[in-house]
Every structure is written in structure tokens, then in C-alpha cells.
Design a protein around this ligand. Structure first.
Ligand code: GLN
Length: 415
């Protein structure tokens, strides 16, 4: 059987192809020369399968899609508290290249606009590092995310540096308020190299999939970004990634995303999929016109809007059965707060009839921290009620099941 997903991607490219509205970015000379008709789409699941259509392997510069990853690198190197002193997390509602700072603190409002990204860029590496050391570090990190060696497009770099008046003025403004302690020209050079890294639509889907998978590379299984950092990055993407179009984007598409002025859009749906679109013509907000249309289609057709309440009706409690003089609580699926609540509520409403209670978690998938704590607490309370608690956990979903004071349920090797 041929997977229908690739055919679907071809179909949505055809649906948006005729729209030639918008303009390619002209303030960077190499971008003004881009073929405006290029069109590509890609998706990579958190399990590492990739589907593409159109010009998905054509390389273009990453531009502002680099900002979430540079933000992740700064959080990794300095921690949230130090980064927060330099850059805020409030949506600016302004254009990406606005000369603006938060009143009072003089921090850039967020790391997704140029002023914030310049401040974040100069946090990479050690104080005194040259701009090439900083950009080399980022090339290495982005390569790990993409799963292949990436490089800076020297022509694009030279072209942007030659006309970087706006970013230079932003960097000088940051220096005037002591928000950067590196030479402003060097900050702009390093940041521009960061923006000039070449990627394909396929690469972007892979990099987005790492974010969707909580920082784990879907291909190598390596933790490339720490989970709390991913949460921070995705939150800022959701609120500020699409600049002064962020509200409309989140309402209509509902996927944390980041656009780049070369025409790329990166989207990451937590727990599910990394998405990428590429088409160079931009709307007034600097976001790809057909890229936006593709994301709208993907979100609607595939039910990817983050605010769609589709998970109603968890079947966490499969059954409670009496077997061999024991009550067996059969639990299944991912165990988060809502799933654990179903189980503990049932145990509280209708206490198990037998004196031995088996928690059969052999069908359980992911268990998050609160899910684990609630299940162990249920075991502890049944134990206090005088029940003998047993655990059947062949997949080791509940490692080291200490239910308090070193007490553990009796582990069953078979039911
Ligand atoms: N390098 C570009 C700039 O700083 C990135 C902007 C963008 O992609 N929106 O202007």
C-alpha cells in the first residue's frame, strides 16, 4: 500500500500554488533574487518518519527560524533566570525589526523579534568569544537538530551585512542601554551568520520535530534540548513567533510557529509532529503567504489546532475484575492528570472488593510526573486501608515504585 500522506501533501501544494500575492523580501539583496515560485512542504512525526512534497530539498537561509533555537542555546548555557534578565517573554505586537525596548527594564520584549534575537545571540559562548566562535557553535547545534551538517551561505551573509543598517541601529540601541556587552558590529555579524545558515524544508521539519518530541531527536533518540527549555521555547513561539500576526496565527492555525524572511515557516505541535513550509513571497507582516495558507490547511484538515479539545473521554481505566481472589485494576494508555483522576476517582467511589489489589499497568504508555504521583498515592492509600497492593508492570512504566517510606508494592512477574 502507498501511504496517502504524501499524496495529501501534493494536493495541498496544488491548492495554494496559484496564489502569487505578496512580495519577496527586498532589503537583503540575495533574497530579492530568489525564485518566488518555489514551494515546498514537509512533516516529520515524533517517531521520525518524514513526508515531503514540492521543493522540499531546495536550500534557503533559515533567517528568523533560527531565533527559537538560539534562544534554546542561550537558555541551555545560562539558565532561565539569567536569560530573563536580558530578554522578556511578552508578545510585542510590533514588526520583527522594530527599534523597541520594554519601558523600565530596557529589555527587548521577546527573543523572536530582532532586538531580542540580537541580545540572545551575544549570550552564546564565553564572554570575549569572537562572532565566528558564536556562529560556529550555532551551526554545530543546528546541525545536531537537523541530523546533518549545515553551513553558512557566505553570499547571503555578505549581502545582508552590506545593508544591515536597521540591525546595526538596534544593536547600538542595546549597547546604549547596557543590554549587550559585546561590540554591536560583532553582534550583528554573528547574528547575521546565524540567519544565513542554509536549510531545506525537510531540515526545518526535522528541527521542529525535535521540539515537538520534547527535545529528543526522533532519529537518534538523543536528548538534544532539555525538556523544560523546549517548553519555554514553544511557549514563546506560540505567543510571539509570528510577530504582529501572532494572535491571528494562533487563533486560525493553533500551532507554535516561527517564520523567516526567506519564506520558511517552522511549526511544532507538541507530542505529535514537526511541520515546515517554504514559499518566498511574504505578506505585510513578513510571513510567507503560501506558507501560511499551507499551515492553515494542515491544521484544519489534520485536526492539529492545539486548542482543539479532542482528547475528551479517556479510557484510562480499562476494567476492574475479580480474579483468583484479587481485584485487578487494568489501566491503559498515557497516564497524565486526567487519566489518573479517572482511576483514583473510581477507586475512591467503589473500593476494590478483594483484600489483594493488583495494578495491571502492562497496557500503559507514557506516565508523566503527576500521573505517577497520583497512582503511587492511590497504592499507598489502599495499603493504609489494609489491602495488599501488587503491581504488574512488565514494561517498567513505574520504575522504583516507592509508595512512601520505602514501602513498595509487591511486584508480580505474571498475572
Ligand atoms: N536576518 C533577518 C533580519 O535580521 C531575519 C529577519 C526575519 O527572518 N524576519 O532582518
Amino acid at each position: 500500500m502507498k501511504t496517502p500522506i504524501s499524496d495529501y501533501l501534493v494536493e495541498i501544494l496544488d491548492a495554494v500554488r496559484a496564489d502569487d500575492s505578496g512580495e519577496v523580501a527586498s532589503y537583503i539583496p540575495t533574497l530579492a533574487q530568489a525564485d518566488p515560485d518555489q514551494l515546498g512542504v514537509a512533516m516529520t512525526t515524533v517517531f521520525g518518519r518524514t513526508y515531503t512534497a514540492g521543493d522540499a530539498d531546495t536550500e534557503f537561509t533559515i533567517q528568523s527560524m533560527s531565533k527559537p533555537f538560539a534562544f534554546a542555546a542561550a537558555l541551555w548555557e545560562h539558565g532561565e533566570d539569567d536569560v530573563e534578565k536580558i530578554v522578556g517573554t511578552e508578545p510585542s505586537g510590533e514588526a520583527f525589526n522594530e527599534l523597541s525596548l520594554e519601558s523600565g527594564t530596557h529589555r527587548p520584549k521577546n527573543p523572536m523579534i530582532n532586538v531580542g534575537a540580537l541580545a540572545i545571540h551575544q549570550m552564546i559562548g564565553d564572554p570575549g568569544d569572537s562572532w565566528t566562535v558564536r556562529s560556529d557553535k550555532l551551526v554545530k547545534f543546528f546541525s545536531a537538530l537537523a541530523g546533518r551538517q549545515l553551513r553558512v551561505d557566505e553570499d547571503a551573509f555578505e549581502s545582508e551585512i552590506g545593508s544591515a543598517h536597521r540591525n546595526l541601529s538596534i544593536a547600538h540601541m542595546l549597547a546604549a542601554y547596557n543590554m549587550i556587552d559585546t561590540n554591536p558590529e560583532d553582534v550583528v555579524r554573528g547574528y547575521t551568520a546565524q540567519c544565513s545558515i542554509l536549510v531545506s524544508t525537510r531540515d526545518i521539519a526535522m528541527m521542529a520535530a525535535v521540539l515537538a518530541a520534547g527535545g529528543v531527536s526522533p532519529v537518534t533518540g538523543a536528548q538534544v534540548v532539555a525538556r523544560p527549555i523546549v517548553r519555554q521555547v514553544l511557549s514563546v513561539m506560540a505567543t510571539s513567533g509570528m510577530y504582529d500576526e501572532a494572535g491571528e496565527w494562533f487563533t486560525e492555525v493553533g500551532i507554535p510557529a516561527k517564520s523567516g524572511v526567506a519564506g520558511g515557516i517552522l511549526g511544532a505541535l507538541p507530542g505529535q509532529v514537526g511541520l515546515a513550509a517554504f514559499s518566498p513571497r511574504l505578506n505585510d507582516h513578513g510571513n510567507s503567504v503560501r506558507g501560511t495558507a499551507l499551515f492553515r490547511r494542515l491544521s484544519n484538515d489534520m485536526g492539529l489546532h492545539l486548542m482543539d479539545a479532542q482528547a475528551i473521554g479517556s479510557r484510562a481505566l480499562r476494567a476492574v475484575v475479580s480474579e483468583k481472589g484479587r481485584s485487578v485494576i487494568q489501566i491503559q494508555g498515557p497516564i497524565n492528570f486526567t487519566a489518573a483522576e479517572i482511576v483514583v476517582n473510581r477507586l475512591a467511589q467503589t473500593p476494590p472488593s478483594e483484600s489483594s489489589v493488583v495494578f495491571d499497568v502492562s497496557r500503559v504508555g507514557m506516565v508523566n510526573e503527576i500521573g505517577r504521583r497520583m497512582m503511587l498515592e492511590a497504592m499507598r492509600r489502599l495499603n493504609l486501608d489494609g489491602k495488599t497492593v501488587l503491581l504488574y508492570d512488565p514494561e517498567n512504566s513505574f520504575p522504583d515504585p516507592d509508595i512512601g517510606g520505602g514501602v513498595k508494592p509487591e511486584i508480580l512477574s505474571e498475572l
